[in-house]
Design a protein around this ligand. Structure first.
Ligand SMILES: *Cc1c(COP(=O)(O)O)cnc(C)c1O
Length: 464
């Protein structure tokens, strides 16, 4: 399997190059040249590791021995707190509603499923090339701890994670700063999340600095992350009877990475009847779905903060397909969008988008209502991101005879304020959070200054 850029400027890339580069040299995103067809018969009895190895193998086989890859997959999920890794839980048996729990990893959010594998694949490839990397990132909360957990203690990798000082929740701060590892560097910037992102962008734009420290990221545009997320669509659909039985999915969406993985699973042969795109009030994607116009609005802080996004980077991968894999059309559309904040899909392209997905949005108060409704019905406590998916999923479901799987993307204990606000009581605190209060914190506070941050990194990055 080789990879090409969504903007037409790169073809024939190998998986390991896609893994290390993240973004293609022409500014586009890597996509596979074709989608392999799933062999449902060879996936065994439903064991997650076996399924994962089977699903991902065609995407990576050029670069690994099968045993070696299977071993990394197995290690990636060894520390998950549930033996099934991504278990299905019955939400409403009479209605055929299921929750797919994706929060049993070390940071208690679904990003662990991709990042735990990515950390191991990166370490392996850097070691094979006898080189090192300096990963930098900006976080408003959720991504930070998943990235830290993915690379903590990994050889050849130093991670510098920027967060806005005093502007992330206590739980999210503690999940990052209590990690005591020499290769993990938390930086609290005296500024906003946007300041943090601007600093990261400025460091990537500083050619000499970027090359000298071999800067990289683990952000959600990396193809390897999408690939690892395809697996739980396959495993859950099989558990519900695929390939004979069709399934619908409702997916809380921010950067379009998670739901795009569902689209890939369908392209590989999973019988997916509906893929429901659920947004909060930051609803650029559901507006685009309704009107055919992709238009940026101001980002609004919501109670599902991991979805407070206006420019969904992985949407570019879908656009490329909607434009019949024409890189120059994709590039032109994105150029218009970038320069004016608005671009319109043509009638036929908009029609294809509507054929492939359903979409809807939920406000914060609707989200709180869903949390309390679900609790009353089933006794289950769900987090606000999951609640957006449940609310929109129930609204948009078209065929009650097809099982509806709603992706549970974070553990409710990560968002105590919203959950207590909706239920009047907290959820159970999992062991990974219970021990954090009172631990030593490792974090450096720096001014919002590129020089200060670069100096800090230069003093700590690996030199080889
Ligand atoms: C990242 C995240 C999302 C959004 O996922 P995308 O792949 O960006 O669409 C939703 N919920 C939670 C809890 C997240 O951490």
């Amino acid at each position: 399997m080789r990879y090409r850029s969504t903007r037409g400027g790169a073809t024939g890339a190998q998986f390991v190059d896609v893994l290390l580069q993240g973004m293609a040299p022409d500014g586009g995103l890597y996509v596979p040249e074709s989608y392999p067809t799933l062999q449902f018969g060879s996936m065994g009895n439903g064991d997650y590791i076996r399924t994962a190895t089977e699903v991902m193998w065609p995407f990576v086989e050029e670069n690994y021995e099968r045993e070696e890859f299977a071993e990394m997959v197995s290690e990636a999920y060894a520390e998950f707190d549930h033996p099934q890794i991504a278990p299905l839980r019955e939400l409403n048996p009479a209605a055929g509603e299921w929750l797919l729990e994706l929060f049993w990893g070390p940071s208690l959010a679904f990003k662990d499923i991709a990042l735990q594998l990515l950390g191991r694949l990166l370490e392996h490839e850097l070691s094979r090339r006898s080189t090192t990397a300096t990963l930098i990132g900006a976080t408003s909360g959720d991504t930070g701890s998943a990235a830290i957990e993915a690379v903590r203690g990994r050889a050849g990798i130093e991670l510098f994670m920027l967060h806005p000082e005093g502007r992330v929740s206590t739980i999210q701060r503690l999940q990052m700063t209590t990690v005591d590892e020499p290769n993990i560097h938390n930086i609290a910037i005296e500024g906003t999340f946007d300041d943090c992102q601007d600093l990261v962008k400025a460091m990537f734009a500083a050619e000499a600095f970027r090359a000298r420290y071999r800067l990289g990221t683990v952000n959600s545009i990396n193809w390897a992350r999408v690939m690892a997320q395809v697996v739980y669509y396959v495993s859950s659909a099989r558990a519900l009877g695929a390939p004979e039985q069709a399934v619908a999915f409702s997916v809380p969406t921010g950067n379009f990475g998670n739901i795009y993985a569902g689209h890939v699973a369908r392209a590989m042969g999973v019988p997916i009847d509906q893929l429901i795109l659920a947004t909060n009030v930051n609803d650029i994607l559901s507006r685009a779905y309704d009107s055919g116009v992709v238009e940026v609005h101001q980002v609004v802080a919501s109670q599902s903060p991991a979805m407070d996004i206006q420019v969904s980077s992985n949407f570019e991968r879908l656009l490329f397909e909607l434009f019949d894999r024409d890189g120059s059309q994709t590039a032109a559309f994105l150029e218009e969008f970038r320069s004016t904040g608005r671009a319109a899909l043509s009638g036929p392209v908009h029609g294809r988008f509507r054929q492939l997905f359903d979409a809807g949005r939920l406000t914060d108060s609707e989200t709180r209502n869903v949390i309390s409704e679900v609790y009353k019905e089933s006794g289950l406590v769900i987090d606000p991101h999951t609640a957006v998916g449940v609310g929109v999923g129930r609204e948009r479901r078209s065929d009650p005879s097809v099982p509806l799987v709603m992706l549970a993307c974070a553990h409710p204990a990560k968002f105590p304020d919203t959950v207590v606000g909706a239920l009047g009581e907290p959820s159970i605190t999992p062991h990974r959070l219970a021990g954090l209060a009172g631990l030593a914190e490792y974090v450096e506070v720096l001014p919002n200054s590129l020089d200060a941050v670069q100096e800090h990194i230069a003093a700590r990055a690996l030199s080889k």
